[in-house]
Design a binder for this molecule. Sequence first.
Ligand code: GNR
Ligand code: NI
Length: 171
Amino acid sequence: MTIKPLIILPDPLLRVASRPIETIDAAVKRLADDMLETMYDAPGIGLAAVQIGEPVRMLVIDVSKEEEENAPRVFLNPEVLSAGEETNVYEEGCLSIPDYYAEVERPAAVTVRYLGLDGAMREETVDGLLATCLQHEIDHLNGVLFIDHISKLKRDMVVKKFTKAARKAGV
Ligand code: GNR
Ligand code: NI
């Protein structure tokens, strides 16, 4: 397993739509391992493959509490089938936008369909932090970032700040 460097705003890779996974081979399993290791190292509660430079539709999540055992989960080709009427507001952050946090409103519960690493198709209705995190990660697979759900004024400020920082760093 390898900790991979994170792709940071304003890298254009964060804006591409990731491609579906067609076969669950050794490379896909290895990518899942690297994603988990990178997520735990960060640390974060979720990670999309594109955040480590692989634009494929895979994400990993662990929303277990600190005092609990790790509960790593891998989702391949996840799709939101339906969303509840009720919404939640969470303070979100993103490993690709370090040290920036903002409140985002999303459906409180969603039903998702995805493939597990074992190739089995699953359907699940989730709520709470897992629902928020899944929606944040599925957005990544579509080139969408959590800052797209806040005001344009705030978004423009963040993008400007990260663009300046990248220029200074010579990226
Ligand atoms: O670590 C993360 N925390 C988080 C908190 C609230 C809502 C979403 C997230 S996901 C984020 C990791 C990340 O950037 N995943 O793409
Ligand atoms: Ni993110």
